[in-house]
Design a protein around this ligand. Structure first.
Ligand code: FAD
Ligand code: DHB
Length: 397
C-alpha cells in the first residue's frame, strides 16, 4: 500500500471537489482529489446548465472564467408560460442581475484543465473505499490501478455526490435526514437544433411541465415532466417532440422546430438535506449533503456556495489558527440550502401537475402564475431567488 500526505483530501471531482481544490490552491493550501470515474466520463456527463451571478463571479475571479465569459450565454430574464401565453420575468430590470447558461461539464473541463496546468494532484479512476479517523487522524483509503493506497490529511472534504461514501461514514444517529420525494421525474434531451427562444421558458400545462433551455446557439436542452417510473423506451423521438410542442404551444402559434436528439435521460425528483454537514474534520459539500428538485436550477450553485464557506474556514484555520469559521460551516451552509429548498420546492409545485389534481388545483396553478407574473412584488421575489440570493458573509473571491 502506498501512503501520501496532504492538507485536504477531497473525494469527488464534480463541481464541488474541483472548485474547492482550485480555490485552496490559490490560497497556498494543498489538496489531493480522488475521482472514481475517468476524466472523459466526468467531462462529458450531462447535467446542469444555469449559473448564478455569484457562481460566475467566483469562477471568473479565481481565473477559470475565460471560456465561460466567451461562450456562456448571459440571460437577463426567463419566460413563464401558461394558458397559451408567455410572460417574461425581467431579472435585469427587477434586481439588476442576470444568469449565465454554461453547461456543468464545461465548468468541470475548465477546472480540470487549470488543475492539470499547475500540476496539482487529481487522480481519476481512483475510488475512495473508506474514510476514517475524522476526529484526530483523518485517512482516506482508495483503489487505483488495482492497488490499495492511503491518503493521510488534516481534513477530508466529502464532495462525492448523493451516492458517495462520506455521508454514510457519519455514526448512526448523528445525522438528521430531511427528505421529500416527488411523484414525477424529468425526461431531458439534448438536440442539435437552434433554441426556439433566446431565453429559458418554464411552461405549465394541463399535461404537465416542460422546460426549454439551451447549451449553445446550435444546441437545445429540453425537459418534460414524466412519471417517476417512466421507461425511456416508451419515448421515441417523435413522441418527445410532439409532447414538447403540445406543452409549449401558445395561442399565437409558437413554433418548436425539432432536430436530431443526441442525448436522453430521466432525472428523478427529490429534495434531501443531511444535517450536520460536518463531523470532526470531515465536511460534506454539494450533493453529498443536499439535493434540490431541479426546477430552480440551484444544485450546482449550492455546491459552489458550500465551497465558498469551507474555503474561508480553511484559510482562517491555516493562516490565522482560528477554528471559528470551520465550526460554523454547517450553520452557514444550511441557511442558504434551506432558502434554496424553499425556492426550488415552490417553483416545482407551481409548475408541475401532481397526480389526482382536479380542476380546482389547475385553476389555483393558473391563478398563482397570473399573480407571480402580474405583481411586481411577486416577480421580484422570483427574480432575486433565481439569480441567486446574496451571500451573507464576505468571500475571498
Ligand atoms: P457531483 O457532480 O455528483 O460529483 C460527485 C463526484 O464524486 C462524481 O464525479 C462521482 O463520480 C465522484 N465520486 C462518488 N463516489 C466516489 C468515491 N467513492 N470515490 C471517488 N469519487 C467518487 N444544478 C444547477 O445548479 N443548475 C441546473 O441547471 C441544474 N440542472 C440539473 C439537471 C439535471 C438533469 C441534473 C441531474 C442535475 C442538475 N443540477 C443543476 C444539479 C447539479 O448537477 C448537481 O447539484 C451538481 O452536480 C453537484 O455537484 P457535486 O460536485 O456536489 O456532485
Ligand atoms: C436547466 C436545468 C434546470 O434544472 C433548470 O431549472 C433550468 C435549466 C438546464 O439544464 O439548462
Amino acid at each position: 500500500m502506498t501512503r501520501i500526505r496532504t492538507q485536504v483530501g477531497i473525494v469527488g471531482a464534480g463541481p464541488a471537489g474541483l472548485t474547492l481544490a482550485h480555490l485552496l490552491h490559490l490560497q497556498g493550501i494543498e489538496s489531493v482529489i480522488l475521482e472514481r470515474h475517468s476524466r472523459e466520463y466526468v467531462e462529458t456527463r450531462v447535467r446542469a446548465g444555469v449559473l448564478e451571478q455569484g457562481t460566475v463571479d467566483i469562477l471568473c475571479n479565481s481565473g477559470v472564467g475565460e471560456r465561460l465569459k466567451r461562450e456562456g450565454l448571459q440571460h437577463g430574464g426567463v419566460e413563464l408560460r401558461f394558458d397559451g401565453k408567455g410572460h417574461r420575468i425581467d431579472f435585469q430590470e427587477l434586481v439588476g442581475k442576470s444568469i449565465t447558461v454554461y453547461a456543468q461539464q464545461e465548468v468541470v473541463k475548465d477546472l480540470i484543465a487549470a488543475r492539470l496546468c499547475y500540476g496539482a494532484p487529481l487522480r481519476f479512476e481512483a475510488e475512495a473505499i473508506r474514510v476514517e479517523g475524522y476526529d484526530a487522524d483523518p485517512k482516506i483509503q482508495y483503489q487505483h490501478g488495482g492497488e490499495s493506497h492511503e491518503i493521510s490529511c488534516d481534513f477530508i472534504a466529502g464532495c462525492d455526490g448523493f451516492h458517495g461514501i462520506c455521508r454514510p461514514t457519519f455514526p448512526e444517529g448523528q445525522l438528521q435526514i430531511h427528505e421529500r420525494h416527488y411523484p414525477f421525474s424529468w425526461l431531458g434531451i439534448l438536440a442539435r437544433v437552434p433554441p426556439a427562444s433566446h431565453e429559458l421558458i418554464y411552461s405549465y400545462h394541463e399535461r404537465g411541465f416542460a422546460l426549454l433551455s439551451m447549451r449553445s446557439p446550435e444546441v437545445s436542452r429540453l425537459y418534460l415532466q414524466c412519471a417517476s417510473d417512466e421507461d425511456l423506451n416508451n419515448w421515441p423521438d417523435d413522441r418527445i417532440w410532439e409532447e414538447l410542442r403540445t406543452r409549449m404551444a401558445t395561442r399565437d402559434g409558437f413554433k418548436l422546430k425539432d432536430g436530431p436528439i443526441f442525448q436522453k435521460g430521466i432525472t428523478p425528483m427529490r429534495a434531501f438535506v443531511a444535517s450536520p454537514m460536518q463531523i470532526g474534520n470531515l465536511f460534506l459539500l454539494g450533493d453529498a449533503a443536499h439535493i434540490v428538485p431541479p426546477t430552480g436550477a440551484k444544485g450546482l450553485n449550492l455546491a459552489v456556495a458550500d465551497v465558498r464557506v469551507l474555503t474561508r474556514g480553511l484559510v482562517e484555520f491555516y493562516k490565522h489558527k482560528k477554528h471559528q469559521a470551520l465550526a460554523q460551516f454547517t450553520e452557514r451552509c444550511l441557511r442558504r440550502v434551506w432558502k434554496c429548498q424553499r425556492f426550488s420546492g415552490w417553483m416545482t409545485s407551481m409548475l408541475h401537475r401532481f397526480p389526482q389534481e382536479d380542476s380546482f388545483s389547475h385553476q389555483i396553478h393558473l391563478a398563482e402564475l397570473d399573480y407571480v407574473t402580474g405583481s411586481r412584488a411577486a416577480s421580484t421575489t422570483l427574480a432575486e431567488n433565481y439569480v441567486g440570493l446574496p451571500f451573507d458573509t464576505p468571500g475571498l473571491f
